[in-house]
Ligand binder design. Structure first.
Ligand code: ADP
Length: 259
C-alpha cells in the first residue's frame, strides 16, 4: 500500500508530461501546416503577375503590338512588376518579424507622432491620386520600440485608410499619450466602406482580403495587416477594429509609454 501511495504522484507526473508532449507535437504540426500554407499562397500570388508580365512581354517581343498600344502594354507590365515587388518586400518583412524578436533594451524611444507625420508625407502623392485627405492630429507619445517597425505599422494603416476609401474621403490618425495610465494610443479612422463585424479578426490573417478586387487594383498584397499585428505584438501593444458598415473603420492601437 505504501508503495502505491508513493507511485501515485509519480504516475500523475508522467501523465502530465505525456499530455504536455502531445500538446507540443500538435503545436509543431500546426506551425508546420501554417508554414506550408504560407509558401503555397506566396507562390500562387507570384504566379498571377508573372503570367501577365510574360504574356505581354512575349507579344511585344514578337512585334505583335501596334505602336500606338506599346506604351499601354509597357505600363501593364510595369504595374505587375510593382505588385511583385510589394509582395516580395512584405514577405521579407514578415519573415524578419518571425525570426527576430525586437530588443527594446538600450534603444532610444520612438515618438509615434513624428513617425505618423513622416508616414503621411511618404503617402501624400498616393493620397492625392486617390482624392483622399490625410490628417495627423494629437501630440507626442514616446514608446520603447523600433523606429523602422513603428513606421511600417503606421504606414500600412494609413495606406489602407487611403486604399479603402472614396474620392473626397479622409483618413485621420490621432496620437496621444496618457501619462497617468502609462499608455500611448493611436487611432486611425477612415471614411471607407467599413469591415463586417464577423471579419474583424480575419483581416489580420495572411492573405485574407475582404475586398479582393479593390486590394489588387490599388496595389495591396494581403499581408499589410498581418505585418501590423505582428509589429504591434512585438511592441507589447494591442490592436482592435471598430467599424460601422458604409461609414468607415477605426483601428485602435495601445502601447506602454516609454519611461
Ligand atoms: P491588403 O494589402 O489587401 O490591403 P491587408 O492585410 O492590409 O491587405 O488588409 C486585409 C483586407 O482587409 C484588405 O484586403 C481589405 O479587404 C480589408 N481592409 C483593410 N483595411 C481596411 C480599411 N481601412 N477599410 C476597409 N477594409 C479594410
Amino acid at each position: 500500500n505504501e508503495i502505491y501511495e508513493e507511485m501515485d504522484p509519480l504516475l500523475i507526473r508522467i501523465d502530465e508530461q505525456q499530455r504536455q508532449l502531445k500538446q507540443q507535437n500538435a503545436e509543431l504540426a500546426e506551425a508546420e501546416n501554417m508554414r506550408r500554407d504560407f509558401s503555397s499562397n506566396v507562390s500562387h500570388e507570384m504566379k498571377t503577375p508573372l503570367q501577365v508580365i510574360s504574356g505581354y512581354a512575349e507579344l511585344m517581343k514578337n512585334d505583335m503590338v501596334q505602336p500606338a498600344d506599346r506604351q499601354k502594354f509597357a505600363a501593364l507590365i510595369y504595374d505587375e512588376a510593382q505588385a511583385m515587388r510589394s509582395l516580395i518586400n512584405d514577405v521579407l518583412t514578415l519573415s524578419k518579424l518571425d525570426e527576430t524578436a525586437f530588443e527594446s533594451e538600450g534603444a532610444a524611444p520612438v515618438d509615434l507622432h513624428d513617425v505618423a507625420q513622416r508616414v503621411a508625407g511618404r503617402l501624400a502623392s498616393f493620397a492625392d491620386g486617390q482624392g483622399v485627405e490625410v490628417r495627423i492630429e494629437g501630440a507626442s507619445a514616446r514608446i520603447a520600440g523600433s523606429e523602422t517597425l513603428a513606421e511600417e505599422m503606421l504606414y500600412n494603416l494609413i495606406e489602407n485608410g487611403i486604399r479603402y476609401n472614396h474620392e473626397g474621403g479622409s483618413v485621420v490618425m490621432r496620437v496621444r499619450a496618457d501619462a497617468a495610465a502609462g499608455q500611448a494610443t493611436v487611432t486611425v479612422s477612415d471614411t471607407g466602406p467599413g469591415i463586417p463585424e464577423e471579419l474583424h479578426d480575419k483581416v489580420f490573417e495572411r492573405f485574407f482580403r475582404v475586398d479582393k478586387s479593390r486590394s489588387k487594383e490599388t496595389g495591396g498584397t494581403g499581408l499589410g495587416l498581418a505585418i501590423v499585428k505582428h509589429a504591434v505584438l512585438q511592441h507589447r501593444g494591442t490592436i482592435e477594429v471598430k467599424s460601422a458598415l458604409g461609414e468607415g473603420t477605426t483601428f485602435v492601437l495601445r502601447f506602454p509609454l516609454a519611461d
